[in-house]
Design a protein around this ligand. Structure first.
Ligand SMILES: NC(=O)c1ccc[n+]([C@@H]2O[C@H](COP(=O)([O-])OP(=O)(O)OC[C@H]3O[C@@H](n4cnc5c(N)ncnc54)[C@H](OP(=O)(O)O)[C@@H]3O)[C@@H](O)[C@H]2O)c1
Length: 324
């Protein structure tokens, strides 16, 4: 059943007790997941190539091994390298070495849903997708909290779902809520959320609002604070009090101005444009576009000139310490 939400008392880590976990990759998710698992009593094997994160894992007390060694030893192999490397990592290193019955885990549904990797017969895909960056997953865990996670396995793999739920609990996600879903639902909703709001719409709105103020002669640092930096505070307020009660926690001018101008900002055809973005994700055309992009120069288009003014203003104020 999908949509079921489980919390700490509904979850058990018993499915991990007799299974060795392996983690491939030690970046944002890999490091946070490995450290949370270890603190929960499950010491993962870490599979790495000779690269920059080898040192980091060793400094954290792990003894990194070759990808194939981890894949052949672990019962659960979490592939925590960037999405565009999954075909190479899985098909060249993990799948040939993994024993029959191994569960192959991903932190997003993308790879399974779009068939990025041809899953070998006898291997079972699972998903444990923490809904936040590794840094936050780690920080919240250390302070006794957690972030929500979405979990999935194929319908004919009940063990897979138990493993995914147990793994999510060991990451601390049961403290915030673990949602049973499907690879498809996680993929579509995740891509849509990041494109329409988190990394697309919201970011474009911040950039444009900043530019309008600065182009009219307002101080860039003032524009930065008002249109970009304060997003952090409003996001945390929304998460604490909810949208319905937001108005009573902000000034009356902010509440009146926001509610009368918000719809004008996004425009009348906004819903249609968002729906067309969802269509591209659902039909797989976004995935095809992204695949071609990563086969090409791999660079994310960055508008250097456009961002330069914003960066200068941001650096005036310094930034938060990001260590997990
Ligand atoms: N970041 C997030 O906020 C987030 C949130 C939820 C889910 N996810 C999902 O989590 C997964 C991992 O994402 P991430 O952001 O944690 O990745 P990441 O930080 O970019 O992963 C970096 C790690 O992958 C290794 N790596 C990169 N390319 C490799 C290759 N070709 N072969 C072997 N190892 C390679 C790196 O090794 P070197 O040091 O040697 O380069 C490093 O250890 C993805 O599926 C992503 O969609 C991410």
């Amino acid at each position: 059943m999908t949509g079921k939400i489980l919390f700490e008392p509904d979850l058990s880590t018993s499915a991990l007790r007799t299974r060795q976990i392996g983690i491939i990759g030690y970046g944002s998710q890999g490091r946070a997941q490995a450290l949370n698992l270890r603190d929960s009593g499950f010491i993962p094997l870490i599979g790495l190539r000779q690269g920059p994160s080898f040192e980091t894992a060793a400094r954290d007390g792990f003894i990194p091994a070759a990808l194939t060694d981890v894949a052949s030893t672990a019962d659960i192999v979490m592939v925590l390298t960037p999405d565009e490397t999954h075909a190479e990592v899985c098909e060249r290193h993990v799948f040939p070495a993994a024993a029959e019955g191994t569960h192959i885990g991903f932190a997003a549904g993308f790879t399974v849903h779009y068939g990025v990797v041809r899953m070998r017969e006898g291997l079972h895909p699972i998903m444990v997708a923490p809904k936040g960056p590794g840094r936050v997953l780690r920080q919240r865990f250390k302070s006794g909290g957690g972030i929500p996670a979405l979990v999935a396995a194929h319908d004919n793999d009940p063990d897979g779902l138990e493993i995914a739920k147990a793994y999510a609990k060991a990451l601390g996600c049961g403290r915030a809520g673990v949602v049973e879903t499907t690879f498809r639902e996680e993929t579509v909703a995740d891509l849509f959320g990041e494109q329409s709001v988190l990394c697309g719409g919201l970011v474009e709105l911040m950039k444009t609002a900043f530019e309008i103020l600065v182009d009219r002669g307002y101080t860039p640092e003032v524009a930065y604070i008002e249109c970009i930096a304060e997003v952090e505070y409003i996001a945390s307020l929304i998460s604490r009090v909810g949208l319905a009660d937001l108005g009573s926690h902000i000034s009356s001018t902010a509440s009146y101005g926001g509610s009368t101008r918000g719809a004008r900002v996004v425009g009348a055809d906004f819903r249609k444009r968002l729906e067309s973005i969802l269509d591209e994700i659902e039909s797989g055309s976004f995935y095809e576009e992204f695949r071609k992009h990563t086969e090409g120069d791999r660079g994310v288009p960055v508008e250097h000139e456009r961002l330069e003014r914003i960066e200068r203003a941001r650096k005036t104020f310094g930034s938060e310490n990001e260590d997990a």
